[in-house]
Design a protein around this ligand. Structure first.
Ligand SMILES: Nc1ncnc2c1ncn2[C@@H]1O[C@H](COP(=O)(O)OP(=O)(O)OP(=O)(O)O)[C@@H](O)[C@H]1O
Ligand SMILES: [Mg+2]
Length: 509
């Protein structure tokens, strides 16, 4: 379209320059006619340089030379004797025309240089702005990665940022699956509309397309429409793509997926796109590596906590079914033997009585230890009765406020964590706080269990000074929750937890 218009446009443009020159020559001629009574004509000939200057600056050397020749001839015709006759070969007229011509050439060359410099400055400014926008986009991405935003948020941000920065028509982020397919995890379109292959679309690799070439080479690849084939192309058929470029996303040495830039335009995608894309794909890879490391850490913490719980449950069972039962039956046997004693046994009966109450005391102590190891009562009755027992046994008076949401059975690991937090916080209150009262508050709703244990003691709790609060932090974070301790010196201590109510493990009885 533009190419077709160019010749007509150029002629019209040149004609305008020549008309301006002609108007200038006419004006100067009129001025010289007006002045020639007072100023010698030879001194006014130089005025004909004036119409040459704007034409040389605005239209270049050839129109300026035509105006220069026109000026010389006009002067010759109107003011150089013999008047109203052309004598272009006269030395004086030739000199005037040579001076005008040189002026036209020099001024147009200078103007060309100035225009060239201006163009260079403009393209430099555009380049600087492009780099600045790209840096800003990378910075926004890096901020998202640094604050460990969820992968979906990062995928959406990277497709949009890359699309805008590289002026793409469509960008797509795909993940390679182990069964030889690719799944679209995000897509962006410059029109703001939907991408033909929506998030979650899956297609087998094969044929010649960026999905497949990047998968096989683990390098950036370009594929143009003429050579493209395969299921990935079918998925984007509605787009009329002319060229596509893909860059691999490699996480911890493994090919994870591909970032793709699609263009429906005739021009080729710029040569430096691969390098510019790399900054973005590296950030996505970092985000994925971080998310994987975080998930692995949480899973391993959960495994450690679960293994410890299993051991505690086993010890509690062994105590309950073994030592405790033996003690119970020994006590019963002793009581029976006591009952069978002749009444004259006197002192011996008293001694046996002492042994029997000693045994009962040991049994009670053993039960207490077993409860501390693993609260079997929690599995039977849930949090409310278990908390009541904790409150009753606490050395500091406890005010209990348990919301009705807590009465429904919660995931086992959540109940256990909440129980241990309250037990440890109350033990700490008794051990360290010198408090007069403790408040335990528990509420469940909107997928979260929240627990607060507050005391009015001396404050100053410090997680680095023991293992109780640190162990609880591990337990709570392994469940995806968080634990906070607020304990200003002299102003009491609050231990607060929030636990997501997702079932993290099958309930074990
Ligand atoms: N309610 C509280 N009031 C005042 N200080 C507290 C309170 N809770 C904890 N602390 C302080 O914080 C420290 C850490 O508590 P943490 O429960 O982690 O360890 P601990 O109770 O000393 O030992 P353990 O490992 O047996 O629990 C305690 O040593 C204590 O100095
Ligand atoms: Mg403690």
């Amino acid at each position: 379209m533009t190419a077709a218009m160019t010749p007509g446009f150029a002629w019209w443009h040149v004609l305008r320059g020549l008309l301006l020159g002609a108007a200038g020559i006419a004006t100067i001629t009129a001025v010289i006619f007006g002045l020639k009574q007072v100023v010698p004509v030879s001194a006014l000939a130089g005025l004909y340089v004036l119409p040459i200057l704007p034409v040389a600056i605005g239209w270049g050397v050839w129109p300026a030379l035509i105006v220069a020749v026109g000026s010389g001839l006009t002067f010759d015709f109107f003011f150089f004797p013999p008047l109203f006759v052309l004598t272009p070969t006269d030395a004086y007229i030739v000199t005037i025309m040579v001076i005008s011509g040189v002026t036209a050439i020099v001024v147009s060359a200078l103007a060309g240089r100035v225009r060239q410099r201006a163009r260079e400055a403009e393209s430099l400014a555009r380049e600087v702005q492009r780099v600045a926008e790209e840096q800003a986009a990378l910075r926004r991405m890096a901020t998202l990665v640094a604050r460990a935003a969820p992968p979906e948020e990062i995928f959406a941000a990277v497709t949009a940022e890359v699309g805008r920065v590289l002026s793409a028509d469509v960008t797509v982020l795909s993940r390679y699956d182990p069964d030889g397919t690719a799944t679209i995890v995000d897509g962006w379109s410059s029109t703001g509309g939907a991408v033909p292959a929506p998030v979650g679309s899956r297609f087998p690799l094969g044929g010649r397309n960026v999905h497949t070439v990047v998968f096989h080479t683990r390098r950036s690849a370009r594929v143009d429409r003429a050579e493209a084939s395969g299921p990935a192309i079918e998925a984007f058929r509605a787009l009329r793509i002319r060229s596509a470029l893909g860059a691999p996303i490699i996480v911890a040495g493994q090919l994870w997926g591909v970032m793709i830039v699609l263009s429906t335009r005739q021009e080729f995608l710029p040569a430096d796109i691969e390098a510019r894309l790399a900054g973005f794909t590296e950030l996505v890879a970092t985000a994925l590596a971080n998310a994987e490391a975080q998930a692995a850490l949480t899973a391993s913490r959960a495994r450690i906590v679960a293994a410890a719980d299993t051991t505690r449950r086993r010890i509690e069972r062994d105590l309950h079914d073994g030592a405790q039962q033996r003690l119970v039956s020994l006590t019963l046997q002793l009581r029976a033997a006591q009952a069978a004693m002749p009444s004259e046994a006197g002192e011996l009966t008293e001694q046996l009585d002492g042994v029997a109450s000693g045994l009962t005391g040991v049994l009670e102590e053993l039960r207490e230890i077993a409860r501390g190891i693993h609260p079997a009562a929690l599995a039977e009755g849930g949090l409310r009765p278990a908390l009541k027992t904790l409150a009753r046994r606490s050395a500091v008076p406890v005010r209990l406020d348990v919301g009705v949401g807590v009465d429904a059975r919660l995931p086992e690991q959540v109940e256990l964590a909440a129980y241990y937090v309250v037990a440890e916080a109350l033990t700490n209150t008794a051990k360290h706080a010198a408090a007069t009262v403790a408040d335990v508050q528990m509420a469940a709703g909107e997928g979260v269990l929240q627990v607060w244990v507050r005391d009015d003691g001396r404050g100053g709790a410090d997680l680095t000074r023991g293992t109780g609060l640190v162990g609880l932090t591990d337990r709570v974070e392994a469940l995806g929750g968080r634990l906070r301790v607020h304990s200003p010196a002299g102003a009491g201590t609050t231990v607060e937890i929030a636990l997501p109510l997702t079932d993290v493990g099958a309930r074990q009885s």
